[in-house]
Design a protein around this ligand. Structure first.
Ligand SMILES: NC(=O)c1ccc[n+]([C@@H]2O[C@H](COP(=O)([O-])OP(=O)(O)OC[C@H]3O[C@@H](n4cnc5c(N)ncnc54)[C@H](O)[C@@H]3O)[C@@H](O)[C@H]2O)c1
Length: 284
């Protein structure tokens, strides 16, 4: 189908921090959006679903009472960081939910799947330094937590599923740390200590730009699996990159010139293939 036409899109985790903005941006782009989430307010376009339950997940993706099914799924639902629950609870919730969403989407005939992977697979918190800077999608994943291990396993699962279903597209968006506008007030406080935000190479993503990346990935006309780092165009810091890197990662090769505050999480691939173009910076 022409993926620039209005689509009916299920957004799992649509009640969450990133999900709320994704739902708004997809609706503003003319798409019909239904949130599938365990949490949320009764109302238009919300269906309460426990995504660890395959029956509920498949039922919801086929369209509950009187609703149509979906053209696309955006899967954001997860426990969204390491250390929020026990490791096994993070593993069980996130792995099972993602298997259920991918498998149910396929059963429901949906061939356009975009989901939240994470910058953590790049080796965060970089206690072991990255192989080179800017980091990109070209080196093998280095998960350092159970949360990140699941994000890595989900990417591996997606690779096999698109092999089984050659007409299926799954796009993994490796989001950086998601920020809303009100989060920007705290950014200057991090500058006193160069190491304060070394754990993700001083990266972040404005939720509105994260939503833009979701929209671009949904519109991408392709099949198979691909992965993209999605970050803001700049760092969280007013200190120049050269100073931060000399203080924290003096021995890591810097493979190309980076501007004073350019992101060290490369978004070159997303710019090139998705036409992703971040519009929001904390500096504004
Ligand atoms: N927040 C970040 O900095 C960040 C960074 C990189 C990637 N991500 C990923 O982006 C996605 C969204 O993150 P967020 O910050 O908006 O998280 P969030 O916690 O604000 O929202 C997640 C939503 O998922 C729902 N959910 C979780 N498990 C569920 C289940 N089993 N069934 C139904 N609903 C379930 C929750 O109710 C919640 O509304 C996640 O996949 C997260 O791993 C987040």
């Amino acid at each position: 189908m022409d993926q620039t036409c209005a689509m009916r899109i299920a957004v799992t985790g649509g009640s969450g921090k990133l999900g709320r903005t994704v739902v708004r941006v997809l609706r503003e782009a003319g798409h019909e959006v239904v949130t599938l989430d365990a949490a949320g307010e009764r109302g238009d376009g919300f269906v309460r679903v426990d995504l660890t339950d395959y029956g509920q997940t498949l039922d919801a993706l086929l369209g509950v009472d009187g609703q149509d099914g979906f053209d696309a799924v955006v899967h954001l639902a997860a426990i969204p960081a390491p250390g929020m629950t026990s490791n096994v609870a993070t593993f069980s919730n996130n792995m099972q939910a993602t298997y259920n969403v991918f498998a149910a989407a396929i059963r429901a005939g949906i061939r356009n799947v975009v989901y939240a992977s994470s910058e953590t697979v790049l080796g965060l918190p970089f206690d072991v330094p990255p192989p080179y800077i800017p980091v990109d999608e070209e080196y093998p994943a280095r998960p350092e937590s159970t949360y990140s291990l699941v994000k890595h396993l989900e990417e591996q699962m997606a690779i096999e599923l698109v092999r089984w279903h050659p007409d299926l597209k799954i796009v993994a968006l490796r989001f950086s740390n998601v920020m809303d506008e009100e989060d920007y007030a705290q950014f200057p406080s991090w500058d006193a200590d160069a190491r304060a935000r070394k754990w993700n190479l001083w990266g972040y993503i404005d939720a509105r730009d994260g939503a833009q990346a979701v929209l671009r990935a949904l519109e991408l006309e392709s099949v198979g699996f691909d992965r993209f780092i999605i970050a803001a165009a700049d760092t969280v810091s007013d200190r120049p990159n050269a100073e931060l890197l000399a203080a924290v990662f003096p021995d890591v090769p810097v493979t190309r010139e980076v501007g004073e505050h350019d992101t060290l999480l490369s978004i070159d691939k997303a710019r090139r293939i998705l036409d992703y173009s971040p519009k929001h910076s904390w500096r504004d």
